[in-house]
Design a protein around this ligand. Structure first.
Ligand SMILES: [Zn+2]
Length: 64
């Protein structure tokens, strides 16, 4: 019984560490992803959003 609890706790820790690692990997992939030009809904320009997903011309959020 006691062992089961420790094992469960260990699995939980491993899972959380794995989640963090996966999240980091996703962020790296997002940073390396080819930038796609989108049409800004605010100023109508064709823009490649910056790291925050904002139009490079007017600063409006275009969300890739
Ligand atoms: Zn714009």
């Amino acid at each position: 019984m006691e062992f089961q609890n420790w094992q469960q706790m260990g699995n939980e820790i491993v899972k959380r560490l794995t989640d963090v690692r996966q999240q980091t990997r996703d962020e790296i992939e997002a940073a390396n992803a080819p930038k796609t030009a989108v049409t800004c809904p605010f100023c109508g320009a064709t823009t490649i959003p910056d790291a925050q997903g904002r139009c490079e011309f007017c600063g409006g959020s275009v969300n890739g």
